[in-house]
Design a protein around this ligand. Structure first.
Ligand code: 13P
Length: 255
């Protein structure tokens, strides 16, 4: 269970799902289901085109909005990109950075992830920095080495103040969208290693306050045992975040 001072975060990453109208309808359904939950930060990350409608549907609620990516420049000749200030203007408080789908399908490097984290924080957003190993890397016994390298690449060189704004999400690639959730022990092993690496980079106090989310086939029926782990401070949810009922059940894992 999350230590005192680490308020749990349950974030929904909608990926390439939902138009503005679909987003607004889902969030009108979600709002009353989670309105009594104040000890969890609740976040939804719709596609860029649905962010304005989502922010409007959530105005005055305890559910926050985030983007799924950003570019590190604020403006310029970068066709197709969206910047941190643009997300902030729409009401975003959060942004996912370095998701494995962006790394694998769109060629994002550790260096790009680092630049995006810096830009997100400069724009006043809280980035959710994603790391995680592939099945081949896990089977080769390289999980902690790979995740350690990603943590170093993403978080190395950030200041203590920048670190306070950021959360990490451990998402094993083999668990994303596959229904194969990491066991609580597998998640805890990597989360503890991430916190240890963060302590080497930024000191024990910063690492102790760092929130580390688990992602990969989180569902209403497995969230409780994951959240019971000492270094699991929340969840980044894909498929089960698309319906109000299942996302609310995850947000309300305590029962
Ligand atoms: P699933 O919950 O659908 O496995 O997706 C996890 C994920 O990638 C969240 O960012």
């Amino acid at each position: 269970m999350s230590a005192p001072g680490r308020k749990p975060v349950i974030a929904g990453n909608w990926k390439l799902f939902k138009t503005s109208a679909e987003a607004a309808a889902m969030l009108r359904d979600l709002r009353p289901r989670v309105s009594m939950i104040h000890d969890v930060e609740i976040v939804v990350c719709p596609p860029f085109t649905a962010i304005a409608a989502a922010a409007q549907a959530l105005a005055g609620s305890n559910v926050q909005v985030g983007g799924q990516d950003l570019y590190w420049e604020s403006q310029g000749a970068f066709t197709g990109e969206v910047s941190g200030p643009m997300l902030a203007e729409l009401g975003c408080r959060w942004v996912v950075v370095g998701h494995s789908e962006r790394r694998q399908l769109f060629g994002e490097t550790d260096e790009a992830v680092h630049r995006k984290l810096v830009a997100a924080i400069a724009a006043g957003l809280s980035p959710i920095a994603c790391v995680g190993e592939t099945l081949a890397e896990r089977e080769a016994g390289r999980t902690l080495e790979v995740v350690g390298r990603q943590i170093q690449g993403a978080l190395g060189g950030l200041s203590g103040d920048q670190m306070k704004r950021l959360v990490v999400a451990y998402e094993p690639v083999w668990a994303i969208g596959t229904g194969k959730v990491a066991t609580p022990a597998q998640a805890e092993e990597v989360h503890a290693a991430i916190r240890a690496r963060a302590a080497e980079l930024h000191g024990a106090a910063v690492a102790g306050a760092l929130r580390i989310l688990y992602g990969g086939s989180v569902k209403p029926d497995n969230v409780k045992e994951l959240m019971a782990q000492e270094d699991v401070d929340g969840a980044l949810v894909g498929g089960a975040s698309l319906q109000a009922e299942s996302f609310a059940a995850i947000v309300r894992w305590r029962g």
